[in-house]
Design a protein around this ligand. Structure first.
Ligand code: SF4
Length: 120
């Protein structure tokens, strides 16, 4: 139960991490199977404070497309992903929009913004 296997998603190599609870280490977890520092950090973060960059689509008006692809400007806590995806369905923006524009600020009070992934 104290050992967990996870695939590192920080790069295409996809190292298989073995993460173990270890109270003798300041992070509280030992990580094996990583090929670089990022994998070790990812393994600990997955156990202590997991988060993800979320992408999806939101409604757009005055455009030739009906939904605009967007992504969060930074990772958001996994605990807020469901709320975030529901929120995507509740907002609507208006064209014109350029790729990289911030279409919504401070998403769910996270200080993270929503970024347009294409021109519309
Ligand atoms: S541990 Fe390093 S090399 Fe391995 S998948 Fe993660 S980032 Fe890539």
């Amino acid at each position: 139960m104290n050992t967990i296997k996870k695939t590192c998603i920080c790069c295409p190599m996809g190292c298989e991490l073995i993460i173990k609870k270890d109270d003798t280490i300041s992070s509280g977890y030992s990580v094996k199977g990583h090929s670089c520092r990022r994998g070790k950090e990812y393994g600990v973060k997955e156990m202590t404070d997991p988060d993800r960059v979320i992408s999806g689509t939101i409604k757009i008006k005055n455009s030739h497309i009906s939904r605009l692809p967007v992504k969060t400007s930074a990772p958001i806590p996994n605990s807020k992903i469901g709320e975030c995806l529901s929120f995507f369905n509740s907002i609507e923006v208006s064209a014109p929009i350029k790729r990289g524009d911030i279409v919504y600020k401070n998403l769910l009070n996270t200080n993270i913004d929503l970024i347009a992934l294409r021109k519309a």
